[in-house]
Every structure is written in C-alpha cells, then in structure tokens.
Design a protein around this ligand. Structure first.
Ligand code: GLU
Length: 301
C-alpha cells in the first residue's frame, strides 16, 4: 500500500515550533515510507481565518525544506462534500435547536470536553411536528447520534486508547446552526477522500480521534493509522500558544534565523540527530525514535 500522510494547519494563528515539529514528523513518517504527503488548509471558520496567513504558512513550510504533492486542499471550498457526507449519514443525523446556554443548563455537572459541556440529547427524539415548530424560530445545528460504549484504538505514539464518546461528549455537532461544518466531520471527509493512510498530529487532538473513528465507521471508509505527538512546551513548561511570538516561525525568520538551525532544533527535541534539513533526517527515521512525553523547546536556537 502506498502511504499517504498530511499536514493540516489552520490559518487562524501563526505556525509555532510545535506546529512545525508536527509538520516535520508527519513529513518524515510519510516520506521515509516512500509515501506521498499532502497539505490541507483548514479554513472552515471564516471569522477566525486571518487573510494571507495560509499563504504565509505554506511559505514557512517551504522555508523549512518541506514539500508536498499537488495543490493544497482548502476546506472553505468543500462545503458540498461535507453536506454529501451528512446526507450519507442519513438517520444517524438529527436536528438540534438548543442554544449554548440551554445545553449548559441541561447537562449534568461533568468535566466539559473540548466541545464544551456534554450534550444531554435534548433534541434526539423530537417528533416531526416539534422540529417543524422549532425550525420557525431557530435554524438547527446537525448532530450525530453517537453510539453508547467505549471506542478503542491503537495510537502509534500514544499507545492503546479508549474513549466513551457518548459519556464524555454526547452527540456531537456535524454542522453548526450558522451552516459552518464541524472540524470532526470535515477532517474525516477530507482525509478519506484524499485516501490518507497515516495522520500524525498534536496530542491535543487525541480525544477527537474517537469521534472521527465513529464517523469513518458510519461512512464505511477505512480509517488511517494515527500517531499523536506529545506536545511541545515552552522553556518554562507551558503549552505553546499562538500568542507566543518568540516561538513563531514568522518571528524566528524575521529575526534572521537560519532554517537549518530551526530544523536541527526540532530534530533535537524529537529524539533525532540535530541535522539541518528534512531530507537528511529521512535516513533511518522511525516513529520509535520520537519521545513519548511532552518536550520543551530550549531558549537557545
Ligand atoms: N487544523 C488542526 C490544527 O491546526 C489540525 C487538524 C488535524 O491534523 O487533524 O490544529
């Protein structure tokens, strides 16, 4: 099988060393297997997208010495494909008329997931008449009927995983009331259509994976292998955020950094030889080299 990897940045904040490390490792994983490598611009959330940032991000990836096959896919052009997938999901999808405040008030005290409070299923069993009545007042979001029980999968870096999506998140949103498709749906539709076989991304997306696996199963598409890389922390041990200008590729570049020094620094924190070009790092690369615990970027370049 020909391996196909990808990197999928969101043009909502500048790429920082953590994103660059994800890009480098996902490129190495795909290219070391002789596979292809795709780029996707995750620009679904129009109000948060910064004009020109997608082009800047692609330029920064080239600056680091990464390459990809074909033109990057832009999610903002793919609404029809997402709606077609929703249509294929048929009875597994239902309309939800709840506001955020109603969900917060109705959900039992529970640690919120990355999607906010667990959705308690309020609109799951509305009758046709009830839906018609509510539609006159409010546009519905679309949610997936999530099966009960734990979803298990093996992560190539994080090891065996198990998530009970219904208990932790509930029926999650596929399309918001304002018509914007959810990341969980878009990522599955795009990766499946691009025949991606391997997804390496940050460990912050590990809990999302079970939601995505449910969608792969319901859509009847083969799921990729996943590898979630431990997060890159700042020198003081905090999570790198989009606001950490010192760790942004744009700031390093503007400060006259040599891309080879940046690549060597990323390689060093990833358990690899501190070599300055992605191509040089390919020889002998395996995921087994990558540390399983969060790593810190050092202050020095
Ligand atoms: N767009 C997401 C991000 O920038 C990555 C999504 C993914 O790799 O599945 O965090």
């Amino acid at each position: 099988m020909v391996e196909r990897g990808r990197f999928a940045p969101s043009p909502t904040g500048e790429l920082h060393l953590g994103n660059a490390r994800t890009a480098l490792l996902s490129w190495l994983w795909a290219r070391a297997a002789g596979g292809s490598y795709l780029l996707r611009v995750e620009d679904l959330d129009a109000p948060r997208v910064r004009p020109g940032l997608a082009e800047q991000q692609l330029d920064e990836l080239r600056w680091l010495g990464l390459d990809w096959d074909g033109e990057p896919v832009r999610q903002s052009t793919r609404a029809d494909a997402y709606d077609a997938a929703i249509a294929r999901l048929g009875e597994h999808v239902y309309e939800c008329f709840c506001s955020r405040a109603e969900i917060a008030a109705a959900s039992a005290p529970h640690a919120p997931s990355d999607e906010g409070p667990r959705y308690p299923g309020t609109c799951r069993a509305l009758t046709r008449a009830e839906r018609e009545e509510r539609r006159r007042i409010r546009a519905p979001a679309l949610r997936l009927r999530v099966p009960d029980g734990a979803i298990a999968f093996e992560d190539e870096l994080a090891g065996p995983q198990s998530f009970d999506v219904q208990a932790q998140v509930g029926d999650f949103v596929l399309r918001r009331a304002d018509g914007v498709h959810a990341y969980q749906l878009a990522v599955v539709v795009d990766d499946a259509e691009s025949r991606v076989t391997q997804v390496l991304r940050g460990a912050d997306l590990l809990p999302s994976t079970a939601r995505q696996l449910i969608l792969y199963q319901l859509l009847g598409c083969p799921a990729p292998r996943w590898a979630h890389a431990p997060l890159v922390l700042s020198a003081s041990g905090e999570r790198l955020a989009k606001r950490d200008r010192s760790a942004s590729l744009a700031a390093l570049r503007a400060g006259g950094q040599d891309p080879a020094a940046v690549v060597a620094r990323l390689a060093r924190i990833s358990g690899l030889q501190p070599l300055g070009s992605p191509r040089e790092l390919l020889a002998g690369f395996t995921l087994a080299m990558v540390p399983r615990a969060p790593v810190r970027v050092s202050e020095e370049p």
